[in-house]
Design a protein around this ligand. Structure first.
Ligand code: SF4
Length: 448
C-alpha cells in the first residue's frame, strides 16, 4: 500500500486527452438528470450547482477545452474543489447509474479544472471598482464563493478568518488526500489576485469587535460555518479524547508546516461515527501509522447490495477510498454497526472504552444492558456538526428560524448570512451556491 506512505492527494492526475474514453460514456441525454438538482425521497440527486454537464462533455469531445471551462464556471466558480470533495450527486442521477456504473463526471470535471489552472484559463478579470466595501466573516466554501462574486463585480472585499490560513473546512476539515491544500491555495491566490483581502488569525468577537467590523463596511456577510456537535459520554474530559474536526485540523497543520504528522503513531484508535469526516480521520490515522483503527456507529448496517433504484443514491454500504485503504491494510472493514459507547475509561488519559449493542425497533434505539471493555489509546468523536456560531448570530440578532431552508436572511439592514451557518448539511456545492446567491443579494442591496 504505497498510497498510505504519504499525505499526498489520492487521485491519479490525467492528461486532458486521457479522459477521452470517459467522455464517450456520456450519451448527451436530451433530458440530462445529471444537471438538475432534484430531491428524490428526501435525497439530493443531480448537480446542486446545476452545471450543464452534457454540454461541457460535448465541447470536450471536440477538444474545445476553453469553451468547456467557460461553460463549467458559469455556475461553479471552484470546480477544481467540488470535483474533489463532492459526493457525486450528478453521478447518482446519471442515466448510466441505472446499472451502478455512471459516467465519471467528477473525474472529467477534475481533469478539465486542473487543465484550466495549468493553462491560465481561469478568468480573474474584475469590473470597474465600485468604491464600496464588503466584509465577510469566514473563509469556507460559502465565504470564498461570496468573495469571488463580489470581487468580480468590483467591490472591495475583506475576509476575516479565525485560523492561520483561509479555507475553513476546506483547509482544515477535509484531508489533504481528498483535497490537496496546494489546489486550495491556488484558488485562494487567484482570489487575492482579484483583490480579495484575507485577514487571518482574527476571530471576530474575540480579536476584533463585531461593531468595529460593521462600522467599517458597507455590507457584512456572516459565513462562519457550523460548530461541532457536543458529545456527551462519561470520560469525555480525559486526555486523548478528541473531536474529529480538531484532529483533522492538527494533522493538516502538521502537514502544512513539516509535510508529516505522527499524532496517532502506534496508538489504538476508536472513531465514533462513520460518515465522510470519519473516513478522513481513518485516512490520516493510517498514514500516521496507528496500530489499530476501529469505527463504531449506532445505526443499522446498510445492505451490502443496493436495494433501491435509480435515481436515488444507492443505499448500499459505502466503500470509499479510506475504507478500501483500511481493508487493504488490516484485511477487514474497520466499521462495526449497531454499536454505541457507554463510557470512556482511564485515569488521566484514555485506557479503554465500554461498548454496547444497539437494536432498532420501530425507529427507536434499544440499548443493551450488556457491555464489553476494549483497550484503546485514543477516542475520536465524529458525530457531525450542529447549528451556527451563536456568538455572531446572537450579536447581530439574526433570524435563523428557517435555517434549514435554502435561503439566507438579513434582518439587520446591512448584515447578511449564508452557507453552512444556515444550511448545516455538509454539502460543499450547496454552500458555494448559497455564497453566490448571497453575494447577488448584497450587490442588489448596495446598488439600490
Ligand atoms: S445523465 Fe449521464 S449520460 Fe446523460 S448527459 Fe448526464 S452524464 Fe451524460
Amino acid at each position: 500500500m504505497d498510497r498510505i506512505s504519504d499525505f499526498e492527494e489520492i487521485y491519479t492526475p490525467l492528461k486532458i486527452t486521457e479522459v477521452k474514453p470517459l467522455l464517450d460514456r456520456c450519451y448527451n441525454c436530451s433530458e440530462p438528470f445529471c444537471s438538475k438538482k432534484l430531491i428524490v425521497d428526501n435525497n439530493l440527486v443531480g448537480c446542486p450547482l446545476e452545471i450543464n454537464i452534457n454540454k461541457i462533455i460535448s465541447l470536450m469531445k471536440y477538444d474545445l477545452y476553453d469553451e468547456a471551462y467557460k461553460e463549467l464556471t458559469k455556475n461553479n466558480p471552484f470546480p477544481e474543489i467540488t470535483s474533489r470533495v463532492c459526493k457525486g450527486y450528478c453521478e447518482y442521477s446519471c442515466i448510466n447509474n441505472k446499472d451502478n456504473n455512471p459516467t465519471s463526471i467528477r473525474e472529467i470535471i477534475r481533469t478539465l479544472s486542473d487543465y484550466a489552472l495549468d493553462h491560465n484559463l481561469v478568468d480573474t478579470s474584475i469590473k470597474e471598482n465600485k468604491n464600496k466595501k464588503v466584509t465577510i466573516i469566514g473563509s469556507g466554501a460559502s465565504g470564498l464563493s461570496c468573495a469571488y462574486y463580489l470581487a468580480k463585480e468590483g467591490y472591495n472585499v475583506t475576509v476575516y478568518e479565525k485560523d492561520e490560513c483561509p479555507g475553513g473546512t476546506l483547509m482544515y476539515g477535509i484531508s489533504n488526500m481528498r483535497l490537496s491544500k496546494d489546489i486550495l491555495n491556488r484558488r485562494i491566490d487567484l482570489l487575492k489576485k482579484m483583490g480579495v483581502n484575507f485577514i487571518c488569525n482574527t476571530e471576530v468577537t474575540r480579536v476584533i469587535s463585531p461593531m468595529e467590523v460593521l462600522d467599517n463596511t458597507d455590507a457584512l456577510v456572516i459565513a462562519s460555518g457550523v460548530i461541532k456537535r457536543r458529545f456527551v459520554c462519561p470520560g469525555m474530559g480525559l486526555k486523548n479524547v478528541m473531536y474529529a474536526t480538531d484532529y483533522l485540523k492538527k494533522v493538516t497543520k502538521n502537514i502544512l508546516t513539516s509535510g508529516k504528522s505522527d499524532i496517532l503513531e502506534n496508538k489504538k484508535v476508536l472513531i465514533i461515527g462513520s460518515g465522510d469526516t470519519s473516513s478522513d480521520v481513518i485516512s490520516y490515522a493510517l498514514r500516521e501509522k496507528a496500530s489499530m483503527i476501529a469505527v463504531i456507529d449506532y445505526k443499522n448496517m446498510p445492505p451490502l447490495k443496493r436495494t433501491n433504484s435509480w435515481p436515488q443514491p444507492s443505499d448500499a454500504l459505502i466503500i470509499d477510498e479510506a475504507i478500501l485503504e483500511a481493508r487493504a491494510k488490516s484485511k477487514m472493514d474497520p466499521r462495526s454497526f449497531n454499536m454505541t459507547i457507554k463510557e470512556i475509561i482511564g485515569n488521566n488519559s484514555v485506557d479503554g472504552v465500554k461498548l454496547t449493542q444497539v437494536k432498532w425497533e420501530n425507529g427507536n434505539p434499544i440499548i443493551s444492558d450488556r457491555e464489553q471493555t476494549f483497550p484503546v489509546d485514543e477516542v475520536i468523536i465524529s458525530v457531525g456538526n450542529i447549528g451556527f456560531e451563536e456568538d455572531l448570530i446572537n450579536y447581530f440578532d439574526i433570524d435563523v428560524v428557517n435555517k434549514m431552508v435554502d435561503e439566507f436572511k438579513h434582518n439587520n439592514g446591512k448584515v447578511f448570512i449564508c452557507g453552512e451557518a444556515l444550511l448545516n448539511n455538509g454539502v460543499t456545492a450547496l454552500a458555494i451556491k448559497d455564497g453566490l446567491k448571497c453575494a447577488k443579494e448584497v450587490s442588489e442591496y448596495l446598488e439600490a
